[in-house]
Write a protein of this length. Structure first.
Length: 669
């Protein structure tokens, strides 16, 4: 099922067939594991982890290569397992909690599929592309020749690449489809949690919408803070404190959130601290495929398992052992998925164990330990490669200057604070609600007074800590506390709980505004390369590289990151001579050769590098791209390069005429 070029209609048919194959297989997987977990939404994601984690282990021993031959076999097996259910209306109703958020996310990715230099799209594509060939793990680093890719949380991009290898699609489509699939999982798990506590269908819908499509507490005022600016409204929801709060132009907004000035700064030269809180809806809008998406799915699974164990009045004979095993596994998996959330995920499980112990519940320790130990064994090969490259990040107390400003903090967090107060007001007799509310308070205080001291500092001192911990806590608190409050027998509690749910759901207004006002020029091209194909010359370069033997590709750049650099190579499934230097330096602890290589590359593309031909040969460059980006940067350099690089590199013109010609320098010996 390899991708191909074609019109919108052809792409839509191809996408529909791919989605159908994906759905039938995922439904079959849910059916297979439902016998142990009962709830098909839990069963689906457990089945995915049960496949991906052992394969992650195996491929550290031997790479399995391309797996495109598998999808016809698995699809027939899934169809045989489902049989008549595919024609059963009740089956489709049961699948709606997965289908609806899946379609919602697919609409976003269908409309805005580009994997480009905006934000970190290309970085995410690089992560997935590293695993796309099915090499023995850790795979060769596509951004740094000679190195292995063992410097980043690998499990989520590995799973996305595994999906692509199974379907036989490229890394770009695999990444976009994986993004969509995760939102289907998140929505179905949120429904699973809500359904355990809440009987009213509309309440369950409100909970899922608030968690999946909602924003922060700023959602109701975003149109007043940034009128007529869809981008600021979308970004301001999550990147408000220390960033967009400083750009408010309206009188209402400036009164509500006064801008920091030299006169109001706590110390001379103080910069507002950048404190992001990225919601699920923001990730969907942004299109980034980051490890937190995987940790969201993991914690939602954990909550669904908790809910199934706690609310089991109609299941007196429920076998707890598979659920406890899965909870134990969820405690360890962040080591490979997103190690930033390991402390909070661990505290979540520890808090639940304490709650169960105090309530005289059986803890099933052997199954809990077996789940954690099994995952530890399966990720050990990855862990042994990753640990030597981990940067030193000590835990420190947060300095008073770095703490969250009161107004901005309340702007983000008032819905959770509202639910906390509402939950506490019900008293300690409601044990689950009482313990849950204090757990939320504990994690919030931990994120406020403790900082992971990474290499970033100044205005970014707490950036990564709050980005990872706040963003993890916010949907957890909204989903769990909303469910607990909307199950109350007291009408006033249910009514009051709806206030924050509906408030954060007002983020749908900026989303609708963005959808209406933003062109969808590459709609349907889930390969993500539409932004390169707009220019006829760039399209010719991309197609040429896709049809050429594998070899190191060199591309010019202006900035050390967030540049189109490596876009051609990644979308053509080719390795690069150098990725984004700023990111590589951060991950690799600033090796001097990266800066030297970047300086030489800049000089080369200006036609100012002495011995340019010899330098290219020492770097083992096979293809050097000359595209519209290079013409805009140094239009005079092409004739010089043709002279400097001959005879070892032949110029292959692919579009246009001199001096505005596009093409490739190809090594001939």
């Amino acid at each position: 099922m390899a991708g191909f070029d074609g019109g919108v209609e052809v792409n839509a048919i191809y996408l529909a067939l791919t989605v159908a194959i994906l759905f039938v297989n995922s439904a079959g997987l849910a059916q297979l594991f439902q016998r142990w977990f009962g709830d098909r939404h839990i069963a689906r994601i457990v089945g995915i982890f049960a496949i991906c984690t052992p394969l992650f282990f195996i491929e550290h021993m031997v790479g399995l290569g391309k797996l495109g031959w598998l999808w016809p076999i698995t699809t027939l097996a899934a169809a045989a397992l489902l049989r008549s259910k595919l024609l059963d209306l009740s089956f489709w109703k049961a699948e709606l909690p997965f289908i609806i958020p899946f379609v919602w996310a697919l609409a976003w990715r269908f409309a805005y599929p580009d994997i480009d230099a905006a934000t970190e799209h290309l970085t995410d594509l690089y992560f997935v592309s590293n695993y796309a060939a099915g090499d023995t793990l850790p795979p060769p680093d596509l951004w740094l020749p000679g190195f292995k890719f063992n410097i980043y949380y690998s499990f989520l991009p590995y799973c996305a690449a595994l999906l692509g290898r199974w379907l036989g699609v490229g890394a770009g489509m695999a990444m976009n489809l994986s993004d969509v699939f995760i939102f289907g999982l998140l929505g179905s798990l949120a429904w699973s949690v809500a359904s355990r506590f809440v009987a009213n269908r509309w309440f369950k819908i409100i909970i899922v919408v608030a968690v999946i499509a909602g924003g922060t507490g700023l959602s109701p005022v975003l149109p007043k803070l940034f009128p007529g600016n869809p981008v600021a409204q979308m970004w301001g929801n999550t990147r408000f404190a220390g960033m967009f709060d400083q750009d408010i132009q309206t009188e209402f907004g400036q009164h509500l959130f006064p801008k920091l000035t030299p006169e109001t700064a706590p110390v001379p030269g103080f910069e507002p601290r950048d404190l992001p809180l990225e919601t699920l809806s923001y990730y969907l809008y942004l299109g980034d495929f980051h490890p937190p998406l995987g940790s969201f799915a993991l914690v939602f699974l954990t909550l669904a398992l908790f809910a199934r164990l706690e609310r089991r009045e109609d299941e007196a004979r429920l076998d707890e052992r598979p659920l406890i095993f899965a909870i134990g596994a969820s405690t360890v998996l962040p080591l490979a998925l997103n190690v930033w959330v390991l402390p909070v995920q661990g505290l979540l499980v520890l808090g639940w164990l304490l709650y169960r112990w105090r309530g005289k519940h059986a803890l099933q320790w052997p199954w809990l330990i077996a789940g954690g130990a099994s995952v530890m064994v399966l990720i050990y090969p990855y862990f042994s490669e990753y640990v030597p490259n981990v940067l030193s990040t000590p835990i420190v107390l947060t300095d008073a200057l770095d703490r969250t400003p009161l107004r901005q903090g309340l702007g983000y967090w008032w819905p959770v604070l509202w639910l906390f107060v509402l939950t506490i007001a019900q008293g300690p007799k409601q044990r689950l609600a009482w313990w849950s509310a204090w757990f939320v308070a504990l994690i919030w205080l931990l994120a406020e007074f403790v900082t992971i001291d990474d290499p970033m500092g100044g205005r970014y001192q707490r950036f990564n800590t709050v980005l990872k911990w706040w963003s993890w806590l916010y949907p957890v608190a909204m989903l769990w506390l909303l469910s607990l409050n909307l199950m109350s027998r007291q009408l006033w509690v249910r009514c009051m709980a709806l206030v924050p749910a509906l408030a954060v759901s007002l983020y749908l207004i900026p989303q609708a505004y963005h959808w209406k006002s933003t062109p969808r020029i590459h709609a349907g091209r889930l390969q993500g390369d539409g932004w390169l194909r707009d220019d006829e010359g760039n399209r010719a370069i991309l197609n040429w590289l896709r049809g050429s033997p594998r070899g190191l590709v060199l591309e010019g750049f202006d900035r050390g990151s967030y540049s189109p650099q490596t876009g051609f190579a990644l979308h053509a499934n080719q390795p690069s001579v150098l990725g984004w230097p700023d990111h590589i330096n951060l991950w690799r602890n600033n090796p001097s050769f990266v800066g030297q290589r970047a300086d030489a590359l800049r000089a080369l593309y200006q036609g100012q590098l002495p011995d340019a031909r010899e330098w290219l040969k020492t770097q083992n460059v096979r293809y050097m791209v000359w595209s519209s980006f290079d013409i805009a940067r140094a239009p005079q350099a092409l004739p010089q390069l043709q002279t400097q690089l001959a005879p070892d590199y032949v110029w292959i013109p692919l579009y246009g005429t001199l001096p505005g010609q596009y093409g490739i320098f190809k090594r001939v010996n």
